[in-house]
Structure formats: structure tokens, C-alpha cells
Design a protein around this ligand. Structure first.
Ligand SMILES: [Zn+2]
Length: 98
């Protein structure tokens, strides 16, 4: 027969077994695992949306330049092609002078 008194006694036994200090920890770890679980689920959900990787600003500066006339590789500092003498045109630069 289980009375309220027996319940309290059982509770006390549990407290003694696990320790009164451990109870908050148990509850905390439970909540933590639930959080981790939710995080994993949400991460799996937005997996098909590719995040744009952080492109370093130096990517454009170190981009390989090639001569538009002969196709020789040009150093970023070169203004003219050493092979054919063609002016090295930087990409998307509006010239104008003909
Ligand atoms: Zn050239």
C-alpha cells in the first residue's frame, strides 16, 4: 500500500541515493541534450541551402591574369604583356581611349 508518507520516504531515499546537489545537474543535462538534439535537427533541415563561403578579398588580387592577345600569364603588376607587348587589360575595367 502506497501512501503519501511512503512517497515522501521514497523521495528522501532517491535524494540520498543521487544526492540533492545532483538533481539540478540531472535536469540540466537533460535540457542540454534536448538542445543538442534540436540543434542537430535544425542543422540537417537547412542543409540543402549552400552558404556562400567567406571569399577573401585577396582572391581578386591574386587572380591569374593572362594576355588577351597571346594568352601568356601576366604578373599583377605588369601593365603590358612581355611576350607580344599587348596592354594587359584588367577585367571589367572601362577604358574608353581608343
Ligand atoms: Zn601577349
Amino acid at each position: 500500500m502506497l501512501g503519501s508518507q511512503d512517497l515522501i520516504v521514497g523521495l528522501v531515499i532517491v535524494l540520498v541515493l543521487f544526492g540533492a546537489k545532483k538533481l539540478p545537474e540531472l535536469a540540466g543535462s537533460l535540457g542540454k541534450s534536448m538542445k543538442e538534439f534540436k540543434k542537430g535537427v535544425s542543422e540537417a533541415g537547412e542543409d540543402d541551402a549552400p552558404k556562400p563561403a567567406a571569399v577573401p578579398a585577396t582572391a581578386t588580387a591574386t587572380a591569374p591574369r593572362t594576355c588577351s592577345a597571346c594568352g601568356a600569364s601576366l604578373e599583377p603588376s605588369w601593365s603590358h604583356c612581355p611576350r607580344c607587348g599587348e596592354a594587359a587589360s584588367s577585367s571589367s575595367a572601362s577604358g574608353g581611349a581608343g
